[in-house]
Design a protein around this ligand. Structure first.
Ligand code: G3I
Length: 377
């Protein structure tokens, strides 16, 4: 299909987009209703949304979503900044916000190589920690956090991004010090702390075959060891031309074939020129800002609004078609202004990756997505 031909969804979106923030319109379509019979739908929240500093965003979340994930506040550096100090202020706020609004709360993330302070991997003299002490530190961290939210956080991204693009295990400090069973142990500790919680492996670029095969092998290995793993998160940091709908479908089917719940956990769409060629969300990959890399500092041109709407629609058609295998679709953010993609892989650009624009207004992509849910009910 030619993406440049305006769709009906676009025309309607253009008509309503002059109304300003679409947070209180009684007749506004609602994502959680459109996909109610298919899967949960939600967003990653930063603390401003939860703490009352971005009330329009909070209203959007309350109106549109039925599941939330903390974008940052449960990461090790924030929730456990020093060896003997946990800071639960922001994470408690997020969980309370979710409960108050009867939303499914997801925990993100217990074991990752990013935003984990250096001290975690060192002894008191700055030397690398030994395996047993690091395992004990991991156990304490997971038991403390999962234990605190037992019964209130429904599922946890237990291990995040443990694989390289070729499907081999990333040489993260966890891997170097503990060895490859750090993954099994993390899942074990989480299961001990909350036997009812769903436990996920979460990663990007699993739509690419080599990495997908690595993740499938990882799941099979945990299953053969009788370790509880209940789901796999496909992060969904996508581009306009990657991955193809077929790659997404194949990936969902592959993990579901192992009995996994599959989730799209961090969905967004990078519309800006890509100076890196990287397919995914590896934070170590960065590029310098140049003017030609930041072409849409005002409104996104109509032609690109169409293309974005069509792109989201083609993906959601796959999600709806696979909804017997897919339990949740979570966007990585709420609206364009606060998306992490304004600062990665190039700092300080104006990106347009979500369904709501910088003024909290639904973009044509919003209605295009809504249509895929309601049409096929
Ligand atoms: O809070 C500090 C602030 O005090 C300080 O002034 C400022 C200076 O740079 O940094 C702030 O922290 C930033 C934090 O986001 C909160 O905004 C960190 O520098 C920045 O690195 C951090 O980026 C987050 C990134 O993960 C790294 O943890 C992004 O917001 C977050 O969207 C991103 O999310 C990850 C998922 O967890 C895993 N999958 C990939 C995804 C995208 O990278």
């Amino acid at each position: 299909m030619n993406p440049w031909i305006p769709s009906a969804a676009f025309s309607v979106a253009v008509m309503i987009s002059g109304f300003g923030p679409q947070t209180e319109k009684a007749d506004q379509p609602i994502l959680k209703d459109a996909f109610g019979t298919h899967f949960l739908i939600g967003g990653a929240l930063n603390d401003d949304v939860v703490a009352g500093k971005d009330p329009d965003a909070a209203l959007l979340v309350q109106n549109q979503f039925n599941t939330i994930t903390p974008e940052n506040v449960m990461k090790w550096a924030l929730i456990h900044p020093e060896p003997a100090r946990y800071d639960f202020d922001a994470s408690d706020r997020l969980v309370a916000f979710g409960r108050k609004n009867t939303m499914v709360v997801i925990g993100h993330t217990l074991v990752w190589h990013n935003q984990t302070p250096g001290w975690v991997f060192e002894d008191g003299n700055g030397k690398p920690l030994d395996r047993e002490t690091l395992l004990e530190r991991m156990r304490d961290h997971i038991h403390t956090i999962v234990g605190r939210y037992k019964g209130t956080v429904q599922g946890w991204d237990v291990v995040n991004e443990a694989l390289d693009e070729d499907g081999s295990l990333r040489q993260a400090p966890w891997m170097k010090i503990i060895g490859e069973d750090y993954i099994a142990r993390a899942f074990q500790f989480a299961h001990e702390a909350d036997p009812e919680a769903e436990l996920y492996y979460n990663d990007f670029s699993l739509e690419n075959e080599p990495k997908r095969n690595g993740a499938l092998a990882l799941v099979r290995k945990l299953q053969s060891q009788k370790i509880r793993i209940t789901g796999v998160g496909l992060q969904g940091h996508y581009k306009m031309d990657w991955p193809s709908p077929m790659q997404v479908q194949t990936t969902i089917e592959a993990f579901a074939g192992l009995g996994m719940k599959v989730m799209i956990t961090e969905l967004d769409m990078d519309v800006l020129p890509d100076p890196t060629g990287h397919q995914g969300a590896d934070l170590s990959i960065r590029a310098e800002r140049r003017e030609e890399l930041d072409p849409y500092t005002g409104e996104l041109p109509d032609s690109l609004q169409f293309a974005l709407a069509e792109r989201y629609a083609e993906l959601f058609r796959v999600f709806v078609g696979q909804s017997d295998k897919l339990s949740r679709v979570t966007f990585w953010g709420v609206y364009d202004k606060t998306s992490w993609l304004n600062n990665w892989p190039v700092r300080g650009r104006t990106n347009h990756p979500l369904l709501f624009d910088r003024n909290y207004r639904p973009k044509p992509a919003f209605l295009a997505v809504i249509k895929t849910g309601t049409r096929e009910k």
